[in-house]
Design a binder for this molecule. Structure first.
Ligand SMILES: [Fe+2]
Length: 155
């Protein structure tokens, strides 16, 4: 079996592993919550919220892949299994059935704010451990904050 050895020390790798796994959980669940809302949405603002939600899903999918592949390049195994995400997620969960647009905007605003806050913490933690990972986290949070602004503007 191949062994992937990255450039980091054991300590640095452990720090980065925790940050990347946390970011992966956040982004995978953000993509799931985003699609659930995209599909079950109802209300006067259906069209704009429906389309905006797919932008959130797209950014979550793009950055989850970049971050998971950074993990692998460092010899860290990303865990994107459904059971792992369900157990570890900190995102607010949507109810089943139809979802009113106002409630969706509030929930997604809350989710984006939470993900952003945790990303900034990870950015701080990876400063010394791995600036390359930090750079990828910065790129992700820039888009998350942009969406957070747009969803706040809808409330
Ligand atoms: Fe769609």
């Amino acid at each position: 079996m191949a062994t992937i050895k990255g450039p980091l020390s054991d300590d640095a790798r452990n720090t980065v592993a925790e940050c990347l796994q946390g970011a992966l959980v956040d982004l995978i669940d953000l993509s799931l919550v985003g699609k659930q809302a995209h599909w079950n949405l109802v209300g006067t603002h259906f069209r704009s919220v429906h389309l905006q939600l797919d932008q959130v899903v797209a950014l979550a999918r793009t950055h989850m892949d970049t971050l998971a592949e950074r993990a692998v390049a460092l010899g860290i195994n990303p865990d994107g299994r459904a059971a792992t995400i369900a157990k570890a997620t900190k995102l607010a969960q949507l109810e089943s059935g139809w979802l009113e647009d106002g409630k969706v905007v509030a929930t997604i605003t809350d989710c984006l704010g939470g993900v952003s806050k945790r990303m900034y913490e990870r950015i701080r933690q990876t400063e010394e451990a791995d600036p390359v990972t930090q750079d990828l986290l910065i790129a992700a949070v820039q888009e998350i904050d942009k969406q957070h602004w747009m969803f706040q503007a809808m409330t």
